[in-house]
Write a protein that binds this ligand. Structure first.
Ligand SMILES: [Zn+2]
Length: 116
């Protein structure tokens, strides 16, 4: 489950920033997760709960993880159609050619967090 490592990275990032701001604890994190990113929201949620239970992070006992799911869009370089791809390798529904450039859907980032 690589979401455990991903969540570890996120917590490191957030805690580093939180310390610089003089926060003692982190009460919530909001992530933007693209539907075509390699992260599974369910697994991220489990990883978050695990880190929280370990009590070795700045997360408070009732810290919440919110995930905003980003839909996928692709644009065809041949006929300029934009469409919703179901896979990373996008085939254009209009001209049936591959090579669609994903414009959204691969994000994986911390949107915001809360602390005190
Ligand atoms: Zn096309």
């Amino acid at each position: 489950m690589h979401e455990l490592a991903l969540m570890g990275d996120i917590l490191n990032l957030v805690e580093k920033d939180a310390k610089q701001r003089g926060f003692d604890s982190v009460t919530g994190i909001t992530l933007l997760v693209g539907i075509l990113s390699n992260a599974m929201p369910d697994a991220l949620g489990m990883a978050f709960d695990m880190y929280k239970a370990q009590r070795m992070t700045m997360l408070t006992e009732d810290a919440a993880l919110e995930m905003l799911i980003e839909e996928a869009r692709a644009s065809c370089p041949h006929c300029q159609t934009t469409y919703t791809p179901t896979h990373r390798i996008a085939i254009c529904p209009d001209c049936s050619l591959p090579g669609g450039q994903l414009t959204t859907g691969q994000s994986f980032q911390v949107k915001s967090y809360e602390g005190s």
